[in-house]
Design a protein around this ligand. Sequence first.
Ligand SMILES: C[S@@+](CC[C@H](N)C(=O)[O-])C[C@H]1O[C@@H](n2cnc3c(N)ncnc32)[C@H](O)[C@@H]1O
Length: 304
Amino acid sequence: MFDWEAAWLAALYGPSGFFARGEKPSSHFRTSPLVGPELASALLSLLARVDAALGFPQVLDFVDVGAGGGELAFAVRSLASGSLASRLRVTAVELGPPVLLPGVRWTTSIPSCVGLLVGHEWLDAIPCPVVTGPSSDPWITRWWPSLGPGEQAEVGAPRDAAWAAAVSSVRGAALAIDYGHLVSSRRFTLTGYRDGRQVPPVFDGSCDITAHVALDACAAAAGGEFVLVSQRDALGALGLTGSVAGSGWDWLESAARAGRIAELRDPRGLGAFGWLLHGRGVDVSDLLPALPSWCPIPASFSSA
Ligand SMILES: C[S@@+](CC[C@H](N)C(=O)[O-])C[C@H]1O[C@@H](n2cnc3c(N)ncnc32)[C@H](O)[C@@H]1O
């Protein structure tokens, strides 16, 4: 029988795997950190709230798991200011080759974190088994009960375990940002990406292979206090609304920024990503106001 998880692992992280050999997301697909500095600035606002809730620790961590080319980590380092900046330690966790960036340390395993840990499009890159229904797999029974005969499903258990381990390493807050589905809206989404295009998922290391994340299952596996909201709403709550003002050069700059914010908050694009935020020793309500629960983008609008 074909071992999907082993083939997927080898294709991404084996000796000549797609990410292991150093392919960077920026060459193949567009993620929120690549849009501009606005996501990093919103995460700095969140980090400042975590900092206050923790009582301003001597060393404040920002840990970026699955850091890719380090764009998010570097932007957070560069934009930080004041007392927070002098106490900030930025760590990029990445299985692929590190990128030398001032002020960012690289590691291959998740360190303990006092501050904010972010997994931006990390969980979708964790390989899973694939089963065909009907299936007696316990994860499928619990989290994909709608799986019909002959239908395929990704078993999210490895992602649940990875997220639970990551969250357990944190005092402060842990945030997964990803595309995904809920138990009420599961669908098989295994696909590939190469050179900016969606391609069939071929397990030969020539493309990224990804599938939507069962964010509700990840939340339950990590446990504790959490919220699951949309990127659109979370960015709005962190002050990223983007208005155009001023004149001349200022107007041009603010218009460009407003365009980037609109892309990050697009309800049929990046704005439909889920933000799964866990508080660890801090109240989530001190970090974000009450927001509507996340509703995944309907299949008819989704690109992946
Ligand atoms: C889809 S890319 C996202 C990159 C970046 N966060 C972004 O949004 O642009 C996923 C990244 O996670 C990395 N990755 C996957 N599993 C990992 C693990 N267990 N530890 C560290 N990095 C991992 C991959 O090598 C890849 O660079």
